[in-house]
Design a protein around this ligand. Structure first.
Ligand SMILES: [Zn+2]
Ligand SMILES: [Zn+2]
Ligand SMILES: [Zn+2]
Length: 296
């Protein structure tokens, strides 16, 4: 489900759209296949791929929508809309997982026969489709491309497990294997949902982005020329990739105008290296009263 984070995708909307339609049609095919073969494992994989398709759909939609620049209604722009999408995505996957678990767990005690040959057929198609996708993105250097490649590899492994189970079932009807694999796949889906959900909630709560350490940021500002002290430093993130910084910097008395301009430039560069794109610096002079100096 890491398909949706994509930092610089100015020309990749077409690829996302193709990937979305491939994923959604494959997921629907699996849904039908899972019902036809009476295989809970394939249904779990269908849910997983539906989640992937949903992420891609969101990425496609927000590729246009989130990039809409700020206006008088949303002064920070539309990036935070992607958080809403991520929340809905998590919710859909949680409900889907609970539904599958409610069907698969009783089958551990009362297993039903699955169509092993049909399962094998679907597994081979699944490996081919996801394997081809892995080969396409394998050479990618960016973090996002590597994340996508890794995710697709996991998808291939999931199908390989379905294939292995179906081959065993072809020779020996160990009915419990199918619901067992289904539970494992679904728990894995839930694990990923929980991980993404935590990140999304942290963004909503305006948590400090993981890669930013406020203490060392303030220390770096404090070490700059003419800086007497720093207070009221806040960092939060619009969407996990674009951050916001506000800080109050007290400069030594008599600091010339040009030095203050240099200082702001230096802080701006520091912020830029941390993916902070909205920086607000309040310059104060020693002895000037600031009601935000204590705490705040
Ligand atoms: Zn996937
Ligand atoms: Zn701004
Ligand atoms: Zn202040």
């Amino acid at each position: 489900m890491s398909h949706n984070h994509h930092h610089h995708r100015h020309d990749s909307t077409g690829n996302i759209r193709i990937a979305f339609f491939l994923n959604i049609s494959f997921a629907l095919l699996e849904l039908a296949g899972g019902l036809w073969t009476n295989s809970m494992a394939i249904l779990s994989d269908a849910l997983h791929d539906l989640g992937d398709a949903f992420s891609l759909g969101l990425a496609w939609f927000f590729d246009n929508h989130s990039k809409k620049s700020r206006d008088h209604k949303y002064s920070f722009g539309y990036r935070r809309f992607s958080l809403l999408g991520a929340l809905v995505n998590s919710l859909v996957l949680i409900l889907g997982s609970l539904f599958i678990l409610s069907k698969a767990i009783p089958r551990l005690w009362n297993p039903e026969t699955s169509n092993a040959a049909g399962m094998a057929l679907f597994a081979i198609v699944g490996i081919a489709v996801n394997g081809a996708a892995v080969l396409r993105v394998k050479g990618g250097k960016s973090l996002n491309e590597r994340l996508v490649a890794w995710h697709l590899l996991e998808d291939v492994l999931g199908w390989a497990a379905v294939l292995a189970v179906s081959i065993v079932l072809l020779f020996k009807d160990v009915k419990i294997l199918d619901p067992l694999l289904s539970v494992v796949i679904t728990l894995y889906v839930l694990y990923n949902v929980a991980k993404n959900f935590r990140k999304t909630v942290n963004l909503f709560l305006q948590g400090v982005p993981e890669e930013v350490d406020i203490t060392s940021l303030e220390a770096a500002i404090l070490s700059m020329a003419n800086v007497d002290s720093v207070h009221h430093t806040h960092v939060w993130s619009l969407d996990g990739a674009h951050h916001v910084l506000t800080t109050h910097v007290v400069v030594e008395n008599g600091t010339p105008r040009a030095e203050i301009v240099n200082l702001k430039c230096a802080i701006g560069e520091l912020a830029e290296n941390l993916d902070i794109e909205h920086t607000t610096i309040e310059v104060e002079h020693m002895g000037e009263s600031c009601n935000l100096r204590e705490g705040a």
